[in-house]
Design a protein around this ligand. Sequence first.
Ligand SMILES: [Zn+2]
Length: 345
Amino acid sequence: MRLVSPLLKRVVYPALHGSGWLDRMTPPGDCAVVSYHGLIPSDHSGGEAFLDGNLVHPQGFRQQVQFLKTHYHVIRPDDFRAWIEQGKPLPARAVLLTCDDGLLNTFTDMLPVLQSEGVSCLFFVTAASCTDTPGMLWYEELYHLMRTRPLNKPELQLPMEESTEPESSGSFQSLWWNTVRRASQLDLGTRTEWMARVRSHYGQKQFGSERRWRLLNVSELKQLAEAGMSIGAHTRSHPVLSLCTEEEARREILESKLDIERALGRPVWTLAYPFGNPSTMGEREMRLARESGFACAFLNVEHWGAEASNPFMICRTHVTSDMTLSEFDAHLSGLHSRLQRAAGG
Ligand SMILES: [Zn+2]
C-alpha cells in the first residue's frame, strides 16, 4: 500500500474529490469523527516536524471545516451524546469534530475559527488543565530535551520493559519512544519526580511559542467550555495506558473525569484514550473506561480490527499537517480505509 499511496494522494483522490464522486459514497457507520491535535500558531517557528505533524495550519483547518459544512452535517457533541445514550437518530452524513490534548492554541487559535464558522468541537484534555500551571505534555518535553543530547546519566535510567524488544533501530524517534514507554510504567508521582530530575539535568530550556507547547490552564479551560465547546477526559497525565498497572490505569482514567467535573461543575461523559492505537491500549482500557462511568470512548485510528459497534472503541480520522483536502475527503468518505483493507493494510 505504501507504494500506491503517492498515486492515491496526488492523482486518484484529487480526481474523485474534484468530480464530486466522493459525495456519492456513504461514509461507514452512523457518524464520521475527525480528530485534531490543535493548530500551528502564527508565532511558532523552527519546530520539530515529527511532533508538529499532528497539528494543522489555521488556513487548512478553516478550509476543512467549510468543506464539512457543505458536504456533511456537522453535529454538536451533545447530539452525539444523545445518539450514544438514548439512540436519538443523527442526520445523514453526520460528522463530529474532536481535538485532543488541550494545547493552548486550541483556545487562542482554534476556538476563533470554530466560532466564526458556527460549529462546536469536543475537546479532550488531561487533568493537568485543571491546574493553574499545567506545563507541557511530558513526552513532548522529553522529545525536546533528548534532542539536545542523549539521556544517559545512570541515575536517570528507567526500569526496562518486561516484554520489550531490545533498544530498537537506534533512530532518535525510536530511542525517545522507548523512553516514553518505560516512563509510562512509573506511577504519576514517580514520573513527575523523574521528569523534574531530567529537567534539572538538562538545565533551563525555552521551547519558543507558548501557544504551541503549553497546555490550557484551568481558567482557559473554563473559557473554552463557556464558549459552548464540550470537554471530555484524556487521562490525568497521558501515559501509554497499556504499560501502567491496572490500578494506575484506572486512576489515570477515572480521576481525570473527576478532576474535570470538579473544575467545570458539569458531567464529563466521554474519554479519548491517549495515543489511542492498538500498541498503547486494548480490552483492559475499554473495560476501565466503561467502569469509570463514561458513556463512550474514542480511539485515534480509522479502523480497529473487526468492525464492531462498541461505544468504547469509536474510530476517528486523525488529521495531519500534510493532509490535502482531497485526502481528507477520501478518508471521511470511507474510501481510504476500504482501499487499505482491500490491499491488506
Ligand atoms: Zn493525546
